[in-house]
Design a protein around this ligand. Structure first.
Ligand SMILES: Cc1cc2nc3c(=O)[nH]c(=O)nc-3n(C[C@H](O)[C@H](O)[C@H](O)COP(=O)(O)OP(=O)(O)OC[C@H]3O[C@@H](n4cnc5c(N)ncnc54)[C@H](O)[C@@H]3O)c2cc1C
Ligand SMILES: *[C@@H]1O[C@H](CO)[C@@H](O)[C@H](O)[C@H]1NC(C)=O
Ligand SMILES: *[C@@H]1O[C@H](CO)[C@@H](O)[C@H](O)[C@H]1NC(C)=O
Ligand SMILES: *[C@@H]1O[C@H](CO)[C@@H](O)[C@H](O)[C@H]1NC(C)=O
Ligand SMILES: *[C@@H]1O[C@H](CO)[C@@H](O)[C@H](O)[C@H]1NC(C)=O
Ligand SMILES: *[C@@H]1O[C@H](CO)[C@@H](O)[C@H](O)[C@H]1NC(C)=O
Ligand SMILES: *[C@@H]1O[C@H](CO)[C@@H](O)[C@H](O)[C@H]1NC(C)=O
Ligand SMILES: *[C@@H]1O[C@H](CO)[C@@H](O)[C@H](O)[C@H]1NC(C)=O
Ligand SMILES: *[C@@H]1O[C@H](CO)[C@@H](O)[C@H](O)[C@H]1NC(C)=O
Ligand SMILES: *[C@@H]1O[C@H](CO)[C@@H](O)[C@H](O)[C@H]1NC(C)=O
Ligand SMILES: *[C@@H]1O[C@H](CO)[C@@H](O)[C@H](O)[C@H]1NC(C)=O
Length: 631
């Protein structure tokens, strides 16, 4: 079951699949310089660093650790190298997200969502989720990163100031938009928040829908809305943001192109189609991993040693699974699965978060701006023109991803009369009732610390809760809750811990304040259309139905329609103090084990109010420096 916003995007993604010229040129495997080990040939028995997962963070860390030309690095990946125009294609943003190159795991039924189940989608190929994501290049606000450090004390380097150098100098290279397209819709940006030295690129489509300028400007009619100078400024507001795209090739730029392809080191090996099932532990020290390698007729178990460190980068769904399979996790769970506990670490697989989203439809009946996205499939002249531009020069609408303008707003802006009441309600909750029965006291303590912080966040104009990506079309679409308060779990399946996928439970809406916040999110969307200059265009609310306005009715609508995932799973190996249910410390080292770190999206203790890819690159860049400092 895919969320409805994917359908709406897929709809206007159709034209391109019929055009031979629309796709980028697939990169032949001979273009990969770094050693790709097929079927394990040339695998050495030991490496300085063994990294699990050739995704966004794994390839970033591998590139940085091997760049001295001396340290030997092996990355083990369950998926394959995939050369496909659907991956390189920027248009529509989500052409590659189907089941072919991803894990798609159905969650357990969600009682607060009318027992619906939801599907978690994460990449399973070289490049990981960065190979299939929607390429939106977004950073959280300064509050989001300062919050992470606050759990350790005020001197933590996990802060906006501490991470900004990684965003700027390392994570991603920024190219400004072309003059003509920037002028056409008043795109604003500020290069002082960016660098240009990474091989992961972010840049701008060569076209924008003309109605976007008015859709941005309409937010000026709402008191309190800020217009920060750049998407990277760490401020909430309405702004333009770029696309993870190579500006010259006009193709997806991701961990594979930025941190694997074209590198020449013989000290950086990637082994594909190999699933790591255990971390080898010897007296509390990680010494290597064992993995399943599928040959034509059989599956063999192979082990490889790490001279310096084992680094887990399997993503927020599989990193906790691997720790639990290796005996690092909540002891009761491990016992139920028949796994000996090596380190009783109650937080592993807890604190699971993703951004809930809801599809809304407010239609502007008298909207008459052309071209707009519907012209891609309803106006043959326009689509013929678009295809000609793309074929000739890779310009025009086919260079567009999901979008480049959006609102990211705090509760005091979207609910000025209600945010204080909502914050106090959160402060008064009995937090234990929102977590599973039997939750370990340290995990509960961590949740309390987070909720105290979230109450402050609800009162802060610089923590974004509301996200609405503008489309240049006549109707609203997906609206996202950027700071959910409910926490789920990702645990091994105790009846079949090694063969089965982990059991994913979003525990959606188990904190009742999530619904209060989402009610305000839906109401604000209506306000944007009915109480700004857009009201002159005849807004009509279709979804939720026009008659549904009272909070209790909106809650009913939400429990029927919320999807708990916007593809941003995090939090399952949280960087928090151990007494707050943490899994890794500020050095990203797993508590209770030596020479073992986690470096992926699972370490975020609390979601950022942003799509998670850019932050994952920054975490990985910082992780590489921490690891080098210890070498
Ligand atoms: C459909 C979709 C759309 C998204 N859109 C955006 C967006 O527009 N903007 C944005 O900022 N973010 C977006 N995201 C989120 C972002 O891409 C992720 O947060 C980020 O890429 C996560 O990086 P990671 O390193 O934690 O994990 P991943 O990049 O997922 O890498 C994990 C890797 O580990 C491998 N692996 C797992 N288990 C094992 C094992 N046992 N052995 C060996 N290998 C293993 C996996 O195959 C995978 O390659 C999207 C994600 C998806 C799925
Ligand atoms: C959800 O399922 C449970 C267990 O089967 C059942 O008790 C409950 O009534 C169901 N709730 C809804 C809203 O269908
Ligand atoms: C363009 O955007 C800037 C920055 O938000 C704003 O100050 C200016 O008024 C906008 N110009 C137009 C013509 O909309
Ligand atoms: C990269 O950034 C540096 C420092 O801001 C600047 O001097 C240089 O011109 C930039 N290079 C490119 C290619 O944009
Ligand atoms: C790798 O080698 C090729 C061919 O010698 C060269 O063109 C390329 O720049 C090198 N890449 C890197 C990252 O050093
Ligand atoms: C693999 O299985 C096939 C079909 O069962 C068989 O013909 C072949 O001999 C097997 N190969 C090896 C190497 O065992
Ligand atoms: C399509 O273009 C042709 C030629 O430019 C023009 O005559 C026709 O009116 C256009 N049709 C539409 C629907 O725009
Ligand atoms: C492609 O770019 C060239 C050079 O700018 C221009 O002359 C030509 O008209 C463009 N082609 C199309 C179809 O826009
Ligand atoms: C959890 O505990 C509460 C209160 O004791 C009880 O009402 C509820 O049924 C329990 N839930 C589960 C799943 O055991
Ligand atoms: C756990 O694994 C068993 C055996 O493979 C399977 O039948 C069951 O559906 C799995 N449970 C969940 C919740 O995925
Ligand atoms: C839409 O435009 C028509 C014609 O200009 C006008 O008569 C009508 O009142 C408008 N409808 C709305 C809902 O604004």
């Amino acid at each position: 079951m895919l969320p409805s916003f994917v359908f709406s995007l897929a709809l206007w993604a159709t034209p391109i699949s019929g055009t031979a010229h629309s796709a980028g040129i697939p990169i032949p495997r001979s273009g990969l310089h770094t050693r790709l080990l097929h079927g394990g040939h040339n695998l050495q028995s030991s490496y300085d660093y063994v990294i699990v997962g050739a995704g966004t963070s794994g390839l970033t860390v591998a590139d940085r650790l091997s760049e001295d030309g001396k340290s030997t690095v092996l990355v083990i990946e369950n998926g394959q190298v995939v050369d496909s125009p659907r991956i390189s294609q920027v248009f529509s943003g989500v052409a590659a997200m189907g089941p072919t190159w991803s894990y798609q795991i159905n969650s357990v039924p969600q009682p607060n969502m009318n027992n619906r189940s939801a599907t978690v989608v994460v990449g399973k190929l070289v490049g990981g989720s960065s190979a299939i994501n929607a390429m939106m290049t977004i950073r959280g606000t300064s509050d989001d990163y300062d919050r992470w450090g606050s759990f350790f004390g005020k001197d933590s380097s996990w802060s906006w100031e501490g991470l900004l150098p990684y965003f700027k100098k390392k994570a991603v290279a920024f190219s400004p938009p072309g003059d003509a397209v920037a002028k056409s819709v008043n795109i604003t940006w500020d290069t002082s928040y960016w660098g240009n030295s990474s091989r992961v690129h972010t840049s701008w489509p060569r076209f924008q829908w003309p109605a976007l300028e008015a859709q941005v400007e309409a937010f000026r009619d709402i008191p309190g809305v800020e217009f920060p100078p750049d998407s990277g400024s760490g401020k909430a507001g309405v702004y333009w943001f770029p696309t993870f795209m190579d500006p010259d090739k006009v193709e997806r730029s991701y961990a594979r192109t930025g941190h694997f392809e074209g590198l020449n080191g013989t000290n950086f090996d990637v082994l594909t189609e190999s699933k790591v099932t255990n971390i080898l532990l010897n007296d509390g020290v990680a010494t290597g991993v064992s993995f399943e390698q599928k040959t034509r007729n059989s599956t063999t178990i192979v082990t490889v040693k790490a001279n310096k460190e084992v680094i887990i980068a399997a993503g927020a769904i599989h990193s906790p699974q691997l720790l639990q399979q290796s005996g690092i996790g909540p002891s009761a769970l491990l016992e139920a699965a028949g796994i000996d506990t090596v380190v009783d670490l109650p937080g592993v697989g807890q604190n699971f978060q993703d951004h809930p989203m809801v599809f809304t439809s407010v239609v502007l009946q008298n909207f008459s701006v052309h071209p707009n996205p519907t012209d891609m499939y309803s106006n043959q002249n326009f689509s013929a023109w678009a295809q000609e531009l793309w074929r000739a020069n890779k310009t025009g609408p086919y260079s567009l991803g999901v979008g480049n303008a959006a609102a990211w707003l705090g509760m005091p802006v979207i609910a000025p009369d209600r945010f204080e009441e909502i914050a106090s309600k959160l402060e008064k909750l009995d937090y234990a009732t929102s977590l599973p029965n039997g939750t370990h006291p340290t995990v509960l303590a961590g949740y309390k610390a987070q909720m105290k912080n979230m109450a402050a966040a609800i009162r802060s104009p610089n923590t974004a809760f509301y996200n609405h990506v503008l489309t240049g079309a006549a109707s609203s679409g997906t609206i996202v809750d950027l700071h959910p308060l409910s926490r789920g779990t990702v645990n091994i399946n105790t009846t079949d811990p090694f063969k089965s996928e982990p059991v994913v439970d979003y525990r959606a809406l188990t904190n009742p304040v999530d619904l209060d916040i989402m009610v305000e999110i839906v109401r604000f969307t209506k306000r944007y259309y009915f109480e700004t200059r857009l009201r002159d265009l005849g807004p009509r609310q279709l979804q939720p139905p026009d008659s549904v306005n009272e909070p209790e009715d909106l809650k009913g609508f939400l429990s029927q329609s919320v999807n708990p995932s916007y593809f941003h799973p995090v939090g399952t190996c949280a960087m928090m103090p151990r007494e707050l249910g943490g899994v890794v410390d500020e050095q990203l080292k797993v508590y209770g084990v030596k020479r073992l770190r986690v470096v992926d999206a699972s370490i975020m203790p609390v979601l950022v109010g942003a799509n998670t890819c850019q932050t994952t690159y920054a975490i990985a860049e910082k992780a590489a420096d921490l690891i080098k400092a210890d070498a």
